[in-house]
Design a protein around this ligand. Structure first.
Ligand code: 13P
Length: 256
């Protein structure tokens, strides 16, 4: 059985005080490791250390929202894998649609980041997802295949064991328009079949595939109860304990 991962992507939100306060509320809710549900938060870089300190001793995991693929050196403004590890990160998001669309990240860049993060011992949450126009023109599966081929390029099955896939249809991100459980399940099933073809059936069955895009307390349970949905990558609703904790609770209910 795959363990649910409920991840909060804070994006470019919170300040130190509000971020640390939120982390404290979550640490109080996820006190002990649970067999069925894992909780992850990804604050902005400057708050990794104080947020990490606040969740220390709890079961809440720390992740970053991006990373650079080079070793430390002359790369102004970038952050290396070993710096994230030094700040206590276990996870890193790579290939988020906002980085693809706004910052111009290509599949080739994303692949270099994935490889660097894996080599440095981080667990990667690799984000994939189609634009509205791509869905409307029936290209969803083709786009997902291309992003998966790019992201997983040159990565062995042993290495890929530290990758979590996040399906985030771009049209559902921050829009309040959530994918229907059927749309999510269909894309997740497609991604799992891709993993089975690329690696093995056993590997595909172990890999977690998260859904992201307007996940809220009132739709979390239906989405998480789909057979191929193994967790949620939550943006807006992860910024307040009052909206994030019910999503954790929905996963707990289904896991028990
Ligand atoms: P929202 O939950 O705000 O739609 O954001 C989803 C997302 O992009 C998480 O990475």
């Amino acid at each position: 059985m795959r363990r649910f991962l409920i991840a909060g992507n804070w994006k470019m939100n919170t300040l130190r005080q509000s971020g640390v306060a939120l982390a404290g509320e979550l640490a109080a809710v996820a006190v002990h490791e649970e067999a069925g549900v894992e909780v992850l938060i990804c604050p902005p870089y400057p708050y990794l250390l104080p947020v990490g300190e606040r969740i220390g001793g709890s079961a809440v995991q720390l992740g970053a929202q991006d990373v650079y693929f080079e070793s430390p050196g002359a790369f102004t403004g970038e952050i290396a894998v070993e710096m994230l590890k030094d700040c206590g990160c276990r996870y890193v998001l790579i290939g988020h649609s906002e980085r693809r669309a706004i910052l111009g990240e290509t599949d080739a860049v994303i692949n270099r980041k994935v490889r660097a993060a894996l080599a440095g011992g981080l667990t990667v949450v690799l984000c994939v997802g189609e634009l509205l126009a791509e869905r409307q023109s029936g290209q969803t599966e083709e786009v997902l295949d291309r992003q998966m081929e790019g992201g997983f390029s040159g990565i062995s099955e042993a290495e890929a064991a530290s990758i979590v896939v996040a399906y985030e249809p771009v049209w559902a991100i921050g829009t309040g328009v959530t994918a229907t459980p059927e749309q999510a399940e269909s894309a997740h099933e497609h991604l799992r079949k891709w993993l089975a073809r690329r690696y093995s059936l056993a590997f595909s069955e172990k890999t977690r595939i998260l859904y992201g895009g307007s996940v809220k307390a009132d739709n979390a349970e239906t989405l998480l109860s789909q057979p191929n949905v193994d967790g949620a990558l939550v943006g807006g609703a992860s910024l307040k304990a009052a909206t994030f904790v019910p999503i954790i609770e929905a996963a707990r209910k289904l896991a028990n």
